[in-house]
Ligand binder design. Structure first.
Ligand code: 3HC
Length: 318
């Protein structure tokens, strides 16, 4: 069974967010669409920085699951914040959770939000429909943002009016959201500078570090991370080394906190396959690029339902 190596701890990492800092941006109310790991992480961090947050999903069950992710993660943060004080820990968790409302009513949630962040499944049609609904419901001056990891923001925004397109950007968070400091702020050609500036202020206000970039495939991090990850899978396919040895090599030889196979399992093999296949098949300027060719090994694991940590088996067993 795989356990994260204690050697990974030697690598300097971003500190957990400072939950007491007041939000610096003018945005008060945030709606987060999608209660999965990413959406609940975004909702948690925004609420911990004094925003009123509505977490939206299609069912009460999905929302309760999202609340469970937040409670667990906040528990870890609280233990570090108040190491000797169990009461202060639970007060902190309750206070942050108290700022997150759960809702299945997308329009009502968007109707009062200054910022809407979509973190639903990576399906272009679904996202376009979602944003059409959000555009109809959100205040005119609200910022609309997608947390997509691989779909072009301009394509998601394609059905929207010119005015809405000017207020639509990407806000790409990283897993685990409460721990990872970076947020990519993705600007389309249509986005107004003021919207980008407001998004940057929001990101700083929730204790994260923004990196502004253009709307190109993979933005910055995934554009560099995916070729690296796929090369690791091809090393395995060519039987150059085992997943364990490749992971050890990259952690101890390159200083990465996780090796590529640990990271694949952590992010989810279905997510990795979705990104790679999308770029390979659909083009987006990367069509046919060998860096993004499908991998038989990855396809086989996904077909068997071995998606990583979340299914108990990926490249490793858990
Ligand atoms: N909530 C709150 N805190 C968390 C957390 C969570 N869900 N998960 C981890 N942490 C905190 C821990 O409390 C601990 O804090 P401390 O250092 O202040 O004590 C710290 O993170 C380290 O956690 P652990 O000691 O439990 O475990 P590790 O040392 O093995 O670190 C890790 C875990 C932070 C996940 C680290 O391995 C890491 O940084 N891995 C790389 C993650 C990465 O690359 N993410 C990006 C993926 S790509 C992506 O998301 C883009 C998408 O589009 C695909």
């Amino acid at each position: 069974m795989f356990r994260p190596s204690s050697l990974a701890r030697a690598v300097p990492r971003a500190r957990a967010f400072a939950s007491t800092a007041a939000a610096q941006s003018a945005i008060r109310r945030v709606a987060v669409i999608g209660g999965g790991q990413m959406g609940s992480g975004i909702a948690q961090v925004a609420a911990a920085h004094k925003h009123d947050v509505t977490l939206v999903d299609v069912s009460q069950e999905a929302l309760e699951r999202g609340k469970g992710y937040m409670a667990k993660s906040l528990g870890r943060v609280a233990k570090k914040k108040f190491p000797e004080d169990a009461q202060a820990q639970s007060r902190f968790v309750e206070e942050v959770l108290g700022r997150v409302s759960l809702s299945t009513d997308l329009k009502a949630a968007a109707g009062s939000a200054g910022l809407v962040i979509e973190a639903a499944v990576e399906n272009i049609k679904l996202k376009q429909e979602l944003f059409a609904g959000l555009a109809a419901a959100a205040p005119e001056d609200a910022i609309l943002a997608s947390n997509t990891s691989s779909l072009p923001i301009a394509r998601i925004a394609a059905p929207l009016s010119a005015e809405r397109k000017r207020r639509m950007i990407g806000l790409h968070f990283f897993n685990p959201v409460p721990q990872m400091k970076l947020v990519e702020v993705v600007r389309t050609d249509e986005a107004e500078q003021q919207v980008v500036d407001d998004a940057v202020a929001f990101v700083k206000g929730i204790g994260k570090v923004p990196a502004v970039c253009k709307d190109t495939p993979g933005f910055i991090v995934n554009r560099l991370l995916l070729p690296y990850t796929m090369e690791a899978v091809r090393l395995l396919e060519r039987d150059v080394a085992s997943p364990r040895d490749i992971d050890t090599a990259m952690k101890l030889g390159a200083g990465y906190p996780m090796g590529p196979f640990e990271l694949c399992d952590y992010v989810g093999l279905d997510t990795i396959k979705f990104i790679v296949d999308g770029w390979h098949k659909e083009g987006q300027g990367l069509a046919g690029d060998k860096l993004f060719a499908p991998s038989a090994k990855l396809d086989e694991l996904v077909k068997k339902g071995h998606l990583g940590v979340k299914t108990g088996r990926g490249f490793y067993e858990y």
